[in-house]
Structures are given as structure tokens and as C-alpha cells.
Design a protein. Structure first.
Length: 219
């Protein structure tokens, strides 16, 4: 029997409330959003997040924009806070074009409060996890991918549940709403060189950027 291939389009088996727009942003919109992200990084440089307790570094580096930012370090663990962990400065505002994406695709009345920016270099990945540090447990998470293609995996509410994989290309938008909001998901790998979007002179080694918009408080 043929091996299952990662889906490029949605077939069956994905959790309800999981939405993929494989080409939500055209090349011009991707370039404009990338400029917004470069401005965020100038104001709030990427830092090295670490696992709680062990202090193990994650394979991505991170920053945020918005009134709150998600972070993790050895001493404090997973949390939202209003300031950059190294500069102590407030995170820069969420760019208007990201707010637009939330309004268009999020189907949620309250505005997003946090946008986590994950920077993937070759070999970086994101283990299976559930986003569960938000008080607004039912608000969707809206995610935008820029740069190299990623192999994204999503399963069910239990870690042992079966998973499905799909490739996320530059310009893809994913929404985890409804039941999918509580499902395990992660990134198994990126495909280095599959996109030329991320400027290597400005972000050396960074191949993929993922932005996740979240509502944190119940408002
Ligand atoms: C990533 N994304 O695509 C990791 N979380 O790099 C996430 O962890 C994620 O894409 C919640 C909702 C959508 C996501
Ligand atoms: Fe996540």
C-alpha cells in the first residue's frame, strides 16, 4: 500500500474548526507583511526561548507584538507578559494588516491581544502541543506562514490521537477554532530553500516566519 502523503488540500480527518487558506496572501501581500515583521523585529529583537525547568532551548527564536506576548524561559515558564524579556520594553503594536486577517478569518468579536512571531532556521521544528495559556480558551488562533514551506501536523484533543499532516506554503493562513482550538499540533520540519521570501542579508539563516494571533483575556 502507498504511504500516506501530506495533504496539500483539505480532505477528511481534520478536526472541526480547522480552517486552511493555502494561498490567503499573494506575493505582494506577503512582501508587505514581511516588511511589517522586519519593523517588529527592529523594535523587539528575537530572543532565545527556553523550556521551563530544564532550560533547554527551543529550536525557534521568538518575539511578539501586541499588548501581550507569549514567552517562556527557564525560571518563569510559559506565560503572557506585556514586556520584552530582554529590553523590558512593551511589545510593538500588532500591524494593521494582521488585525485585518483576524477580522476576516477569525470570526471573533474581540480584537487579538498577542501575536507570537516564531523564526525557523533550517532544522527547526515545533513539537506537538496545545495552545492553552490563554484565558480566552475558545477564541480562535489565526496563524500566517511566510517563507519556506512547513510540514504541519494536527491531531486530536489527546496526544495519542491520530494526526494528519499538510504542507503550509508562504502566504497560507490557518485558523484553529472550535474543537480544533484544543487539538495537538506542531511543525515536523521546514523545507529549506523552498521560498526566497525571507531576506538573508537582514535575517541571516531565518527560513520561515510563523505569526500566531491570539485573544488572551476574556475581554
Ligand atoms: C507554526 N503554529 O506553524 C506553529 N498554533 O509554526 C502553531 O503552533 C499554531 O499554526 C495555534 C494555531 C495555529 C498554529
Ligand atoms: Fe500552536
Amino acid at each position: 500500500m502507498a504511504m500516506a502523503q501530506p495533504a496539500d488540500n483539505l480532505a477528511g480527518g481534520f478536526p472541526s474548526g480547522f480552517k486552511v487558506l493555502p494561498a490567503a496572501l499573494d506575493e505582494e501581500e506577503q512582501a508587505a507583511l514581511l516588511d511589517d515583521v522586519l519593523a517588529v523585529l527592529a523594535a523587539a529583537p528575537a530572543y532565545q526561548p527556553r523550556m521551563p525547568k530544564s532550560g533547554q532551548p527551543l529550536s525557534v527564536t521568538m518575539t511578539n507584538c501586541g499588548p501581550l506576548g507569549w514567552m517562556t524561559d527557564q525560571a518563569g515558564g510559559y506565560r503572557y507578559q506585556a514586556q520584552h524579556p530582554e529590553s523590558g520594553q512593551p511589545w510593538p503594536p500588532i500591524p494593521a494588516r494582521l488585525i485585518d486577517l483576524w477580522v476576516r478569518h477569525g470570526d471573533w468579536a474581540d480584537p487579538p491581544e498577542a501575536c507570537l512571531v516564531n523564526l525557523y532556521r533550517a532544522g527547526a521544528k515545533m513539537g506537538l502541543h496545545v495552545d492553552q495559556d490563554e484565558e480566552a480558551v475558545d477564541a480562535p488562533v489565526v496563524s500566517v506562514s511566510l517563507g519556506d514551506t512547513a510540514l504541519f501536523r494536527i491531531g486530536g484533543a489527546q496526544r495519542r490521537d491520530p494526526t494528519r499532516s499538510l504542507k503550509l506554503h508562504s502566504g497560507a493562513v490557518v485558523v484553529l477554532g472550535g474543537a480544533a482550538r484544543h487539538c495537538y499540533h506542531g511543525v515536523d520540519r521546514i523545507y529549506p530553500g523552498s521560498s526566497g521570501l525571507v531576506p538573508q542579508d537582514k535575517l541571516p539563516g531565518v527560513r520561515r516566519i510563523n505569526l500566531t494571533l491570539r485573544r488572551v483575556t476574556r475581554g
